[in-house]
Design a protein around this ligand. Structure first.
Ligand code: NDP
Length: 326
């Protein structure tokens, strides 16, 4: 038997309850993992409260991220006791996820937990931190070096943005952090490594096709007018890693930054990122994130507390990361 948070559809409403399930209830897959930690993302909040159309079939165990130990495996790549981490792949959406004591998963989805990283630390990082690493790696691969100039991070105090600030600073880049909450978050962003914090209001005016060149590169978690503005301000040969839509999914821009300044727009998806790239990204996260990163605001909650926190995260009432101890 194992304990799980189960989402069901009752009269078109999503209902979440803690249930004791038989092992035979687990979906068929290659590897059974004893989950140590999961994390609560905004997407999980939407799934659990039913506020967003995330879950593709019911009953569903939510949890897009998990870390734990292999209990049994039909795949030669994994053996009992191996420590693993998983993010994305539609887990917690179309396949039972991490908010349970056990999960049955495809071996292809699993990444060995890097040496020196605990399951709890992996979940403090979660999908958000992993996505930030993919963004930073994309800028590095595009040839943007610390000598190229300053890097802008938008939505900087969010889950993705804050890790991007920290990773870039650790790699020696000079980082400008854009936030809508300067007073509240300046200290946090500076502690993470930002050399300056800029008010989001400075980006409010609609972008001209080309503006003064200010940034060698950028990590954008916001999209819409913000991304258009950033593109217009990127240096010749610069690049923007775009992963988010916190400000909207449209992009009211022109081709000018691309055709006159050789600017690259680099798309970042974490959900279906190929395995080899994942393994490398997790190793880099383990190497680069300082201890101080893990000491940032992080709430550890029980499975029973998840529905309450799910409601809070969808109402913007959660600060920092929420990890779930199974
Ligand atoms: P968070 O909600 O933690 O952070 C988003 C941040 O964006 C906020 O903290 C805020 O930062 C800023 N923001 C919010 N609303 C607006 C707005 N209207 N205009 C401008 N800025 C705004 O989300 P995450 O960091 O977890 O995710 C960021 C984005 O990336 C989301 O859109 C998410 O869906 C996406 N994402 C994409 C992934 C992928 O695979 N491509 C994976 C994970 C996330 P501040 O207060 O500092 O201004």
């Amino acid at each position: 038997m194992f304990k799980a948070l189960v989402l069901e559809q009752v009269e078109k409403q999503t209902k979440a309850s803690i249930q004791q399930l038989e092992d035979s209830a687990l979906p068929e897959a290659d590897v059974v993992v004893k989950v140590d930690y999961s994390s609560l993302n905004y997407k999980d909040g939407l799934a659990i409260t039913g506020k967003g159309k995330i879950v593709r079939q019911f009953p569903m165990v939510p949890g897009i991220d998990l870390a734990g130990q292999v209990e049994s495996s039909h795949d030669p790549r994994f053996a009992s006791g191996d420590k693993v981490v998983l993010t994305g792949w539609g887990v917690g959406e179309g396949h039972w996820g991490g908010m349970a004591e056990k999960a049955s998963l495809k071996a292809d989805w699993l990444v060995p937990l890097p040496e020196g990283l605990s399951a709890q630390q992996a979940m403090i990082i979660g999908t958000a931190g992993f996505t930030a690493m993919l963004c930073v790696q994309a800028l590095v691969d595009a040839g943007i070096t610390p000598e190229s100039g300053e890097i802008l991070v938008t939505g900087a105090s969010g889950g993705v943005g804050s890790v991007a600030v920290c990773l870039l600073a650790q790699l020696g880049y000079k980082v400008a952090a854009v936030t809508g909450r300067v007073e509240q978050n300046s200290q946090l962003l500076t502690d993470l490594g930002a050399s300056r914090v800029i008010d989001r209001a400075e980006f409010a005016e609609a972008a001209r096709p080309l503006e003064k060149q200010l940034w060698a590169g950028a990590v954008d978690t916001v999209g819409s007018n913000m991304l258009a503005k950033v593109l217009a301000q990127i240096d010749y040969n610069g690049a923007v890693a775009a992963c988010g839509l916190a400000g909207g999914f449209d992009l009211p821009t022109t081709v000018m930054p691309f055709i006159l300044r050789n600017v690259s727009l680099l798309g970042i998806d974490s959900v279906n990122c190929p395995s080899a790239k994942r393994v490398k990204a997790w190793q880099r996260l383990a190497e680069l994130l300082p201890d101080s990163y893990y000491q940032q605001a992080c709430s550890e909650v029980s499975l029973e507390q998840v529905p309450e926190y799910a409601e809070a995260i969808t109402n913007g009432q959660v600060t920092g990361r929420v990890v779930i101890k199974l």
